[in-house]
Design a protein. Structure first.
Length: 327
C-alpha cells in the first residue's frame, strides 16, 4: 500500500516546488542600492589622484570630475620640450607645468595663470617651500587695488581660506625673492584658464604632489609663446579663457569647456590646425558675472568647414563675500 501511495506524494511535492518557484519568480527584485558617495561625488566618478585627502589637519574633498576633463588633469606624458631632467618648465599659454623626468617623460600638471603669472619670463630657483602657507598682499597689490586688498593688509593665515592653498613654492632669482609663486588654489574653475590676478596655480591635490617631488634649489623655466605654439600646437597654446576674480565662501563656479581640450589633441599640433573654439559673449567676465567685452571670433561667420571643439558656457555670477583668491 505504501508503495502505491509514494507516486502521489512525489507528484505533490513536485507541484509544491513548482509553486514555490513560481512565487519566487513573481516576487519583485530587491531595489538597487544607491552608489556610495564621498563629499557628494559618486565613488565610481572620483578620478584617481584627486580623491578625498586629509592633510595636516585639513580635509580636501575630491575634485569633481567636471573640472578634470581632457588634458585638465595630472598625467605622465612624453616630454617634448628642451629642458634638462629635474627642471620645472611652466607653459603659461597652454596652462601646463612640467616636472621633467630623466627617461624622456614628464609629469604634466594643469595650471591657472594670473596677471602676475603672465608677466614673468626667464628662469628662477625654488628656494623656499611652505605647507598651508598664509598670504599677504604685496605693496603693488595694495597700491593698485586698495579697495580689494586693503582689508587683507594684515595677511590671511594659512588654511583652506588662504589664496595660496595647500602648498607654495617660492621663486627666487639671484638669491632675491621675486614674489612669484607656484601654489595651490581653492578656485577649481580657474585651472586651465587665465585670471585677473595671481601667479601659477594648481589644484591643491597637484600642489601637494608637486611639492613632494620637487626639492629646494630646483630650476624653474618659463616657456615663451612661440615655443608654446611650436611644441603644444595652436589650439593648446590658447587653451582656456579669462575669468573674473573668484571669492571663496560661496561655492564653486562651473567648469569651463575651453580648458577641457580632449587628450586626442595633446602632442599632435597637426590635428589641432583644423579645430577651434568660437568665442561668444560669455568669454570675458566682470567681477559681477557680466560681460566686459566679447572676444574676437576665431572663425568667419557661417564657416562650417572647421570643426568646433566647444562653445563657452555661462558662468554663475559670484558674490563679493569671502577672501579673493589671488596669490
Amino acid at each position: 500500500m505504501s508503495r502505491l501511495s509514494s507516486g502521489p506524494r512525489v507528484a505533490f511535492r513536485a507541484l509544491g516546488l513548482c509553486a514555490a518557484l513560481s512565487l519566487a519568480a513573481c516576487a519583485a527584485p530587491p531595489p538597487p542600492q544607491p552608489e556610495p558617495m564621498i563629499d557628494g561625488i559618486p565613488v565610481s566618478q572620483i578620478v584617481p589622484g584627486y580623491e578625498r585627502l586629509e592633510d595636516n589637519g585639513y580635509v580636501l574633498p575630491p575634485v569633481p570630475p567636471s573640472y578634470l576633463g581632457g588634458v585638465n588633469r595630472r598625467a605622465t606624458v612624453a616630454y617634448r620640450g628642451e629642458q634638462a631632467p629635474g627642471t620645472v618648465e611652466v607653459d603659461p599659454y597652454a596652462k601646463f607645468l612640467y616636472w621633467v623626468q630623466p627617461d624622456g617623460m614628464a609629469v604634466r600638471y594643469p595650471i591657472a595663470v594670473g596677471r602676475e603669472g603672465r608677466g614673468i619670463g626667464g628662469s628662477f630657483r625654488i628656494q623656499r617651500k611652505a605647507v598651508w602657507p598664509g598670504w599677504t598682499p604685496t605693496a603693488n597689490m595694495l597700491r593698485r587695488e586698495p579697495e580689494v586688498y586693503g582689508p587683507y593688509r594684515g595677511g590671511v593665515p594659512g588654511g583652506p581660506a588662504s589664496p595660496l592653498g595647500a602648498r607654495a613654492l617660492y621663486l627666487y632669482r639671484g638669491g632675491a625673492d621675486t614674489y612669484y609663486r607656484i601654489h595651490g588654489t581653492n578656485d577649481l574653475s580657474s585651472i586651465g584658464n587665465s585670471g585677473s590676478a595671481g601667479c601659477i596655480r594648481l589644484f591643491n591635490h597637484d600642489a601637494i604632489d608637486l611639492f613632494n617631488r620637487v626639492p629646494d634649489g630646483t630650476r624653474v623655466v618659463i616657456r615663451s609663446y612661440e615655443d608654446s605654439v611650436r611644441i603644444e600646437g595652436p589650439l593648446m597654446a590658447t587653451r582656456g579663457i579669462q575669468l573674473p576674480p573668484f571669492y571663496s565662501g560661496e561655492g564653486q563656479r562651473p567648469a569651463v569647456p575651453q580648458a577641457m581640450v580632449p587628450e586626442q589633441y595633446y602632442g599632435n599640433p597637426a590635428a589641432q590646425e583644423g579645430v577651434a573654439y568660437i568665442p561668444d559673449a560669455t568669454d570675458i567676465y566682470g567681477a559681477d558675472g557680466t560681460m566686459i567685452a566679447p572676444a574676437a571670433p576665431t572663425l568667419p561667420a557661417g564657416d562650417a568647414t572647421t570643426p568646433i571643439l566647444s562653445n563657452a558656457e555661462v558662468l554663475a555670477p559670484q558674490g563679493a563675500a569671502g577672501v579673493p583668491n589671488r596669490g
